[in-house]
Design a protein around this ligand. Structure first.
Ligand code: SF4
Length: 651
């Protein structure tokens, strides 16, 4: 059957709420860079940061409760009868008086907090920083949404709707007016889209669980406003959903295409021919798996939920194990590595090293030949973000050069490692630095390769930077660490996971604790902050092993800048081969994790108790946690590490 197609569509790519509003979204910036290089322009909207700006904007302070279209933009005076307005008093002033003390103080300081978070000094004053973050959180918590909603700067929860249940996501789409960002959808998003000439195609980049319910509310809103518009949903979370065993398409009639993996070629096709090569026969010419959930708004065919083509490559990215399997990331971090993700996965020719990523490389082979382009951040004004200067997110490699850790999707899927050539990395950074004048570069690689670290040490980029690195001999050398620091390295995120050698070996982390110790001291001596990730409750761990982790951290507490402590979750993809007795956590059909019987009886409940009692209360660990930025965590920690002052690396 011939599917009707339109000539080229105008593309709008949107990053939905909620994720930390501190840096521009790398996923849609990367797509825009690719499309631009192919001669296709598109509009980018960071609906997350724009949404928060709207919620914290003038409407919050100066508009009256109940004004048409503005309802609910003023914090609720919880449980208090409202005082009658005094003569000459504005409604806003009256409302302020009706609030509790904390909320009132937070409201009064709102402008100052927003200003302070955009300047450096606050980051060297932990108490003031914590107060600012807590006050913003208080205001968000007090805005009168439905009682079931808990909105934070990095999180979104709904007591009635789950982001891992497709029927709940459809319910969110059915009632967008119940979402806290609905006023922004009307006053911010809709006018932006109204000026775009049809035919319009909207791509939504969904990477975090904390985005899911708001993304679907936004889709429901867009579907009502733009019934003829094609809506495409991609990103890390969508890829994870579609790659689960027995995955099905639950969004028939709402979303036109679900895209797993790379989205570049799909979107390019869409922009050039509005679906040609995508709908007919479900075939298209580029990487990525396309699921047609609804072929055409005018077409009554049954949905053709299918994977039509294995991805040509995976633009894998992100995080270390902690960021993959921990409780802490369930709402504020990418759920999976993959392509159309906010980690702005790179693709490119094998590079950086002549043969592999550098000293000690024992991981996967690098694979060559994927087209790459430079991400385009020009659509995102720096003032949108809560940071003391523009942050430039950049990915120098797809995949992971180690690719051996157990329970990591990189290992399970054997995703190829694809580093960009060194000259490409430095050319991109040079161009982006000129365009953005960043205060900080955030390397998004799963683990920066030894070759990339060495290249940066040799050729400083002139801007402070940080990223994930594996614990290797290279970082144990004090001289090398000093060179890294001189090149602008402010902080390295290290997935230590455990202070017990047996657990590390069972996880195949490739980490030797003696080396880890030397790495921490060398980084400390060089002035590079170590942001250490710990993971408790893994199958090989027991209470004694967990205690050894606590001892290791305590012994190195003066060398550890910041800590992330997380509880292990078993990914669903690993359940079958884990040899563990597993069961589902909930009836969520989109859940990515399963519960399991711990082989050593180290149950989740016991691990939680241990974390609360013996870990977080340990004086040395508590001190590190106190200086670890709440909510924004590693995204703001480099500014804390810079001590609020400016740091000028050599260039
Ligand atoms: S270092 Fe290990 S956990 Fe991190 S991405 Fe690579 S294989 Fe996965």
């Amino acid at each position: 059957m011939q599917i009707p197609t339109a000539p080229g569509a105008h593309l709008v790519l949107i990053h939905p709420p909620v994720s930390k509003p501190c840096e521009p979204p790398a996923g849609i910036a990367r797509l825009a860079g690719y499309l631009e290089a192919q001669g296709v322009s598109c509009d980018l909207i960071d609906a997350n940061s724009e949404g928060f700006r709207f919620l914290f904007g003038p409407a919050l302070r100066f508009e009256e409760v109940g004004s048409p279209g503005r309802r609910g933009m003023y914090p609720a005076a919880e449980g208090r009868s409202e005082r009658v307005k005094a003569p000459g008093e504005t409604t806003a002033e009256r409302n302020l008086t009706n609030l509790d003390t904390w909320t009132r103080r937070a409201m009064r300081n709102l402008d100052r907090h927003l200003r302070d978070l955009r300047s450096s000094p606050l980051y060297s004053q932990p108490d003031r920083y914590r107060r600012a973050i807590a006050d913003l959180g208080r205001i968000l918590a007090c805005l009168p949404y439905r009682r079931e909603v808990v909105l934070g700067l990095a999180d979104y929860q709904d007591g009635e709707l789950s982001p891992v249940r497709s029927r709940d996501l459809l319910a969110a789409a059915g009632h967008p007016e119940k979402n806290p960002f609905y006023p922004y959808f009307i006053s911010g998003l809709a006018p932006r889209l109204a000026v775009v000439a049809p035919p319009l195609a909207i791509g939504i980049s969904l990477n975090y669980l904390s985005q899911a319910l708001c993304a679907f509310a936004m889709i429901g809103f867009l579907r009502t406003r733009h019934p003829q518009t094609r809506i495409v949903l991609g990103g890390g979370l969508v890829t994870s959903w579609l790659r689960r065993p027995h995955a099905r398409d639950p969004f028939d009639g709402l979303v036109d295409n679900l895209v797993a993996g790379p989205g570049e070629e799909f979107l390019l096709n869409l922009a050039k021919n509005c679906g040609s090569g995508i709908r007919e026969g479900g075939h298209h010419s580029g990487g990525g798996e396309i699921w047609d959930t609804m072929v055409s708004r005018d077409d009554n065919r049954k949905p053709a939920a299918r994977s039509i083509q294995a991805p040509a490559y995976d633009m894998t990215v992100v995080h270390d194990t902690t960021a993959i399997h921990s409780d802490l990331v369930s709402h504020d971090a990418p759920v999976s590595r993959v392509c159309w993700s906010d980690n702005g996965a790179a693709s490119g020719r094998a590079g950086l090293a002549d043969n592999g990523p550098g000293p000690g490389w024992t991981g996967a082979e690098a694979r060559p030949e994927v087209v790459s382009s430079c991400p385009d951040y020009r659509a995102f004004p720096g003032e949108l973000y809560l940071a003391p200067g523009p942050i430039l997110p950049y990915s120098a490699a797809a995949g992971c050069w180690w690719r051996r850790c157990r329970f990591c999707p990189e290992t399970a899927e054997r995703n190829p490692y694809r580093p960009l050539p060194a000259e490409k990395v430095f050319a991109d950074l040079d161009r982006l630095t000129k365009e953005m004048n960043p205060a900080l570069i955030h390397f998004l690689d799963n683990a920066m390769s030894p070759a990339l670290l060495a290249a940066l040490a040799r050729h400083p980029v002139g801007v402070p930077w940080y990223g994930f690195a594996r614990i290797t001999e290279q970082l144990a050398a004090p001289k090398f660490c000093r060179r890294l620091r001189d090149s602008g390295c402010i902080m390295l995120k290290l997935g230590l996971e455990s202070g017990d050698q047996r657990v590390l070996d069972a996880l195949d982390k490739g980490i030797d604790l003696k080396t880890a110790s030397r790495v921490l001291w060398s980084l400390k001596a060089a002035g590079i902050a170590a942001y250490v990730y710990l993971l408790f409750g893994t199958p090989a761990e027991d209470r004694e092993a967990a205690r050894r982790t606590v001892e290791f951290v305590a012994a190195h507490s003066t060398a550890i800048g910041f800590l992330n402590i997380a509880l292990f979750n078993l990914p669903a993809f690993a359940a079958a081969v884990s040899g563990l007795a597993t069961r589902t956590f909930s009836d969520g059909d989109l859940s990515l994790y399963v519960d399991f019987d711990h082989p050593r009886g180290w149950s989740r409940r016991e691990v939680r108790r241990f974390l609360a009692g013996e870990v977080k209360r340990h004086p040395a660990i508590a001190a590190i946690l106190r200086r670890t930025p709440p909510v924004f965590t590693s995204n703001h920690a480099p500014f804390t590490a810079m001590g609020g002052g400016s740091f000028t690396p050599s260039s």
